[in-house]
Design a protein around this ligand. Structure first.
Ligand code: ADP
Ligand code: ADP
Ligand code: ZN
Length: 226
């Protein structure tokens, strides 16, 4: 299965994709996580993209597409992928379709997690991330057991540089201009499903699971196993 998680900054894409990947044994491609890791390593790619992330602007399409192209070739991607934060422009969506069709695959479902602008600010302002394993917490809605320490690996929790209110507002504006049109793109292909992202983490997860399982059933009925 090839699943896309869409939604504004802070909708819960990262939180949900980790759970889904575990349950359905899928690889996650999170372009944001990859860029942050490359910036941390001070790699060539990291140096190229740093200024865009810090300003809340999109990394140019050709850089993002090159990156995804190189990862999608990995054998573990042939079993299925959850895309978190990619595609973010129509150009990226079209390019992804082309990449997948080259190996006789396609996007099976695009899940659009909806939250209000007010929630975007609240979710991102109080988000904390483990510097070691990347796991995401929320100071109010999903706090760690010990403050500032990751429950899973004991790593230190930090605030992302772009999770300051002025940059969050910029990211929201960029989302509206460039990313929201993708909803229409997938809707026209009849693979879009909207999810109420304002519910708690477990409830959102259950909504997504129901949608995926329905889709799996439909796919099986079209391609029955031998
Ligand atoms: P995204 O990847 O879409 O930017 P995250 O998964 O990083 O979003 O979530 C943003 C913040 O909101 C994090 O602090 C996370 O713990 C919190 N969060 C995620 N889902 C929910 C939810 N359903 N209810 C409340 N807080 C949530
Ligand atoms: P969010 O919590 O806002 O969903 P991400 O972790 O997905 O954040 O992305 C963080 C930043 O990384 C973006 O603001 C942007 O600068 C860059 N980025 C990530 N994915 C893409 C993409 N597909 N296209 C362009 N820029 C991207
Ligand atoms: Zn950790």
């Amino acid at each position: 299965m090839y699943i896309i998680l869409l939604g504004p900054p802070g909708a819960g894409k990262g939180t949900q994709s980790r759970r889904l990947a575990q349950e359905y044994n899928l690889k996650i491609i999170s372009t944001g996580d990859i860029f942050r890791e490359e910036i941390r390593k001070e790699s060539e790619l990291g140096k190229k993209v740093k200024k865009y992330l810090e300003a809340g602007l999109l990394v140019p399409d050709h850089i993002v597409i090159e990156l995804v192209k190189s990862i999608i070739r990995y054998p573990e991607c042939s079993l299925g992928v959850i895309f978190d934060g990619f595609p973010r422009t129509i150009k990226q969506a079209e390019e992804l379709d082309r990449l997948l069709s080259n190996c006789n695959r396609k996007v099976d479902i695009a899940i659009n997690i909806e939250i209000s602008d007010e929630d975007v600010i609240k979710r991102n302002t109080y988000r904390r991330v483990c510097i070691n394993c990347g796991r995401v917490y929320h100071l109010i809605f999903d706090p760690p057991k010990t403050s500032d320490i990751c429950d899973f690996c004991g790593g230190k929790l930090i605030q992302r540089k772009d999770d300051k209110e002025d940059v969050i507002r910029k990211r929201l504006e960029v989302y509206r201009q460039w990313t929201r049109p993708i909803i229409q793109y997938y809707s026209e292909k009849s693979i879009l499903v909207n999810i109420d992202g304002t519910k708690n983490i477990d409830e959102v997860y259950n909504q997504i699971k129901t949608v995926i399982e329905k889709r799996v059933k439909k796919l099986r009925s079209h391609n029955p196993p031998d």
